[in-house]
Design a protein around this ligand. Structure first.
Ligand code: NAG
Ligand code: NAG
Ligand code: NAG
Ligand code: NAG
Ligand code: NAG
Ligand code: NAG
Length: 434
């Protein structure tokens, strides 16, 4: 069977076939493997007129300005909006928020630069249920909300996708400076920090796909296994933790895929490890809980008032196909609500995040200076199979004709793209009074 699910590896464009195990229940695996296959719209992708891309994108500033005409109003005082449920509605130009080449986006997420010809994925707006308004991203409002603060994103490549989106959204309106970016063995997108000097704001990203301390594959792709210490926060972010004011935690994909888990020096079990190693299977749910718990506890146990934001799972859309099947995410429209029941794919993971947030709030007590929030993007992300780079994770994938096997990115979102909405919701969370 094709690999039902694989997190993307940071700088590996080859299909990951080494460990094709399923992490979900048998029923889910069977569904993913045999179930719904989206129609290949490959011919549409490859045969659009060459001029389309430029024509669509040149009036970038006009689109950015137009964006603001969609703003209804900020939520009415006292009314609490649930941004996690809703629908994507047609809004031409709404998603054309920036030029990702100008904000140092990871090349593989810069779909426009890579020649993706259909740009309808930029023409949708997330409309929360019950007519609740979600204002377009406002860079000034964001920087004002975090004036003098350090915003840190910790987690996997989806957390990075959101962090990068934030940099792009802010940098279209305000000058910024790269403070550091690791160019070492781990690649140049693993650890970085930008400053927005006009508001004395810093935004950092920490590559910690398990949140907690891990060695092995997450540090060096030539290593097969991950060794994950569920009792210890990630070294590098933990060292800086006392400087964080806002922290966004986002991880699940690597935990779903599995690792060998430790408490102290003792192995407590594994998920998806080779059977001949005889580890006790612990599934993915418990390690996921523990990884969040250890991280949240480290961040909660601080005198510094801060906001912890736990982002929920953003599922991939390989649609049951192999990751190197060039037709695995070629849809060009969002799913309509109810068109496809995806909820069971992400629900369990999302619920764990809600539970951990709730448990942490209970441990903190009502007078805690640490605010704990959930950024629930699971549903809105699940409806956007069209928003991924797909084959356009590399420049001009059809340069040598239509490939038979080629790796698609059906996990991250294009920049600009649906992930910008995560930051629109993050802004509302940060502006909300406690
Ligand atoms: C984006 O910016 C780059 C670098 O400034 C430029 O070369 C490119 O033409 C721009 N793309 C679009 C679609 O405007
Ligand atoms: C966008 O808005 C800015 C500020 O109001 C204005 O200076 C600029 O000319 C506008 N651009 C377009 C293309 O309308
Ligand atoms: C928002 O809606 C989702 C889905 O119905 C629900 O799980 C969640 O608890 C709601 N959040 C709040 C804060 O009410
Ligand atoms: C690790 O072991 C300690 C001591 O037995 C225990 O309190 C803790 O809950 C364990 N942590 C995990 C993640 O299993
Ligand atoms: C796993 O268990 C089998 C059967 O008990 C044994 O033969 C084998 O040596 C064990 N492997 C390891 C790595 O301990
Ligand atoms: C929280 O603070 C309020 C007001 O200072 C106080 O009355 C209340 O007892 C505190 N609650 C707890 C659980 O400490």
């Amino acid at each position: 069977m094709g690999t039902a699910y694989q997190p993307l590896h940071p700088h590996n464009q080859k299909p990951a076939t080494k460990n094709p195990g399923c992490f979900l229940s048998k029923a889910v695996c069977a569904w993913l493997a045999c179930g719904f296959l989206s129609l290949a719209l490959l011919h549409l992708l490859c045969c659009s007129p060459a001029g389309t891309q430029q024509a669509v994108f040149s009036p970038l500033h006009q689109y950015i300005n137009n964006t603001y005409s969609f703003v209804s109003s900020v939520p009415v005082e006292g009314r609490s909006c649930n941004y996690s449920v809703g629908d994507w509605v047609w809004a031409p130009g709404y998603g054309r928020r920036y030029n990702a080449t100008e904000c140092n986006a990871k090349e593989s997420h810069d779909c426009i630069r890579n020649g993706r010809p259909d740009t309808r994925y930029l023409d949708w707006r997330w409309q929360p249920a019950a007519g609740c308004p979600l204002p377009a991203f406002d860079a000034g409002a964001f920087l004002t909300a975090v004036h003098g603060k350090h915003v840190a994103f910790i987690g996997d490549s989806m957390a990075r996708n959101q962090a990068q989106s934030l940099i792009c959204l802010l940098s279209t309106s305000f000058p910024y400076r790269l403070l550091y970016r690791d160019e070492g063995q781990l690649g140049k997108y693993k650890f970085w920090r930008y400053a927005f000097p006009a508001h004395d704001v810093k935004v950092s990203y920490y590559w910690n796909p398990f949140l907690v301390k891990a060695t092995g594959k997450s540090e060096d792709e030539t290593i097969r296994d991950n060794h994950v210490h569920l009792d210890k926060p990630g070294d590098r972010w933990a060292a800086d933790a006392d400087t964080f004011d806002v922290v966004v935690l986002g991880a699940a994909h690597w935990l779903l895929n599995g690792a060998i888990y430790y408490n102290g020096s003792e192995v407590i079990g594994a998920h998806n490890a080779p059977a001949e190693l005889n580890y006790t299977g612990v599934g993915y749910a418990w390690p996921l809980k523990m990884a969040y718990r250890t991280s949240v506890e480290r961040l909660r146990s601080s005198a510094r008032p801060r906001t912890l934001v736990l982002a929920t799972f953003s599922m991939s859309h390989f649609e049951g196909k192999a990751t190197d099947d060039p037709t695995s995410c070629t849809k060009t429209e969002p799913y309509k609500d109810g068109e496809k029941d995806n909820e069971w794919v992400y629900r369990e993971v999302r619920d764990i995040v809600y539970d951990e947030a709730e448990a942490a709030r209970a441990r903190s007590g009502e007078n805690s200076t640490v605010r704990i929030e959930v950024l629930d993007v699971s549903k809105l992300a699940s409806l956007r199979p069209d928003g991924h780079p797909g084959l356009y994770m590399r420049p001009n994938p059809f340069a040598n004709g239509v490939p038979e096997r080629m790796y698609s990115d059906c996990l991250h979102f294009c920049l600009p793209g649906p992930v910008d909405t995560f930051n629109e919701i993050l802004l509302q969370i940060l502006r909300k009074k406690r």
